[in-house]
Design a protein around this ligand. Structure first.
Ligand code: ADE
Length: 244
């Protein structure tokens, strides 16, 4: 079965957008995944096609109506059942690679993109929506967040990445360097604008290269992401500064 993404949005013309290009675009044309978008407004029932209303209790902004959102989710489920429904929101669980792997292992996703102040809490509960955030900042809508999540998923689908192994060594992969960020990369020319490539990379000494890369990955992680570094120390059962 093809991995199937359904996007529920007030701006269906935004999709596939950038996901129609490059790696994800080729995979889409090759039939490794499929995407459809549902215009939430087409599930409104009044003649003004209303999708939102003022919040009970007062306050600024508008809230998306539960009945309209629920009808859109029902339509997506009819197009492909048994898929988890995700609501993109800054108050969701932070997206990480483990979550992405989990989504990729399933039949696909239904992605609800909010606008305005968000969606009525009751439809989140009634549909058991998984709330997911792509980071601690606020976008004007869930659409770019849905694209981010889909891009992260699609590249892990079988046959999408050129070299099957290319996903395994990178940051956050389970087989690679646990929770380490990636080491720096270099290619030709060996000297550019007076900057030389680290000599060890030209040495042809594979064990030395591996040691240098590990040390660099540790140094960068320790410097930039103390949270990941702490997890690395824990999982690697070590208690030390990065390798020199
Ligand atoms: N919608 C608005 N901001 C968002 C974020 N940071 N993550 C997911 N969905 C969002």
């Amino acid at each position: 079965m093809t991995w199937h993404a359904s996007v529920l949005t007030l701006f269906p013309e935004m999709f596939p957008g950038p996901l129609g290009q490059s790696l994800a675009g080729k995979a889409l044309r090759d039939g490794r995944w499929a995407i459809d978008s549902f215009d939430i407004r087409s599930f409104a029932t009044d003649r003004h096609r209303t999708v939102d209303d003022t919040p009970f209790g007062g306050g600024a902004g508008m809230v998306m109506r539960p009945d309209v959102v629920d009808a859109a989710i029902a339509a997506a489920l009819a197009a492909g059942p048994d898929r988890p429904a995700v609501y993109l929101t800054p108050r969701g669980r932070p997206l990480d690679q483990a979550m992405v792997r989990d989504f990729v292992a399933g039949p696909g996703l239904i992605l609800l993109c909010g606008r305005y102040e968000g969606v009525d809490q009751r439809v989140i509960e009634a549909r058991g929506l998984r709330e997911v955030s792509i980071g601690d900042y606020v976008l004007s809508g869930g659409e770019p967040a849905a694209m981010v999540l889909l891009d992260a998923c699609v590249r892990l689908l079988p046959g999408v990445m050129g070299a099957a192994a290319s996903g395994e060594e990178e940051s956050f992969s389970p087989k690679g360097r646990e929770c380490l960020l990636e080491y720096p990369h270099y290619t030709r020319p060996a000297e550019w604008q007076g900057r030389a490539v680290p000599p060890v990379l030209l040495s042809g000494h594979h064990a030395e290269v591996a040691r240098w890369r590990q040390a660099e990955a540790e140094r960068i992680t320790c410097e930039r992401r103390p949270d990941l570094w702490a997890r690395h120390i824990e999982t690697a059962g070590r208690d030390r500064a990065p390798a020199a």
